[in-house]
Design a binder for this molecule. Sequence first.
Ligand code: BJW
Length: 233
Amino acid sequence: MRDISNIVILTGAGISAESGLATFRGPEGLWEGHRVEDVATPGAFVADPHLVQRFYDARRANLATVEPNAAHEALARLDAEWKGELLIVTQNVDDLHERAGAKRLLHMHGELKSAWCLACDTRSPSPDTLLDFPPCPDCGQKYLRPDIVWFGEMPYGMDDIELALMDADLFVSIGTSGAVYPAAGFVQTAKYRGARTLELNLDPSQGSIYFDESRMGPASELVPAFVEEILGT
Ligand code: BJW
């Protein structure tokens, strides 16, 4: 871990699993019998908006029942103490990284606590429920949807992420299956640009072969150990 100054960290659902939030592709990954691929699409929202609003209302409500775990806290410590460049890119729409104190954070798939008005295109803090289509605080129209990146939509912050990957000396992927692009391709971009690549996951991800090193185990153990190692060098 010597000679490292620019770090990019990608996190996925696995980092929040030990806080009590279900992963997408694990055994409890179904919601009322629906796969995320069937609910998290613009087409699903058009076909059955109430089903999709209920899915996100339930997950937003669940946030109040969970807390950041040792992995979120370790990354917040790295953020506070690391003098070099750092970008934590999370695919997660929960708020556990920021509740742990992380600041250099980018939510590439949106946030449960944000709502997006399809009428005036503004983002605002989401009410607890969007089920009955409450009015937008900006324009008053009733076209609020969850501010979530669905399949077929462009993830947030891609320019900033690409720039950070270009300069990265170390790319670390934590708790993600590598099933969803473009995030699943970040390891190849970073590696092509000469970064060292490290995976911390419970099971090997789909892109495991692209990593220089894979450490398997729970994030609450692997991430604090990694942060200790990197801050100690
Ligand atoms: C633990 C653990 C513990 C458990 N400790 N680990 C090729 C190139 C580009 C795009 C595509 C492509 N092929 C197809 C596409 C399109 C599509 C896509 O990827 N489809 C796939 C199904 C193939 N992608 C898109 O449509 C994206 N947009 C896009 O591509 O725009 C065009 C574009 C092109 C090129 C460049 C830029 C843009 C949008 C994707 C939106 C994803 N949205 C979702 C749902 C919304 C959010 C929400 O509702 O929460 O985001 S899908 C869902 O999957 C969610 C997650 O963020 C995402 C990733 O899941 P994640 O985090 O990896 O979770 P799991 O459950 O899969 O894995 C958990 C892992 O944790 C496992 O490995 C466990 O082992 C581990 N784990 N417990 C450590 N305790």
